[in-house]
Design a protein around this ligand. Structure first.
Ligand SMILES: C[S@@+](CC[C@H](N)C(=O)[O-])C[C@H]1O[C@@H](n2cnc3c(N)ncnc32)[C@H](O)[C@@H]1O
Length: 122
């Protein structure tokens, strides 16, 4: 495609916003939307990808891998209710647990953005 800096790109299926991110990197304007509410959360996390501390992200990934959900915990994350029954119940419970854990973790405010945790959890 012959798209130049300053041009506009429309992505009607934004997902987590890879197209928008590439546009940002190349000074191309972009606009888009997505039927899934979680798309907005992922996009907000992704747009700051160059400002994250990689060492902190490595620690976060390890912590998430080691995370154990307490017995009896059964709350579900509200952000993906639109997909209820589309994903296994344990995914929705795991995402909710991570969202709560994030709030009490010692990570930087930058890394505590919801999308970052969700990206690495998924
Ligand atoms: C493969 S992803 C798109 C990836 C995205 N183009 C990017 O650059 O990262 C496909 C997306 O289309 C969205 N989608 C499917 N049907 C849709 C519709 N009718 N309106 C808006 N978004 C839709 C899905 O929710 C999903 O996030």
């Amino acid at each position: 495609m012959n798209i130049k800096p300053g041009d506009w790109v429309l992505d009607p299926f934004m997902g987590s916003g890879t197209t928008a991110l590439v546009c940002q990197m190349r000074n191309i304007n972009s606009i888009g939307y997505d039927v899934m509410p979680i798309s907005e959360i992922c996009l907000k996390a992704k747009k700051d990808v160059f400002f994250y501390d990689l060492e902190e992200i490595r620690t976060l990934v390890k912590d998430i891998e080691d995370l154990k959900i307490p017995d009896g915990y059964n709350k579900r994350i509200p952000h993906i209710m639109i997909t209820r029954d589309a994903y296994p119940e344990e995914n929705e419970i795991f995402l909710q647990y991570i969202a709560e854990w994030r709030d009490v973790s010692g990570y930087s405010e930058n890394l505590k953005k919801p999308g970052i945790f969700l990206h690495f959890a998924l």
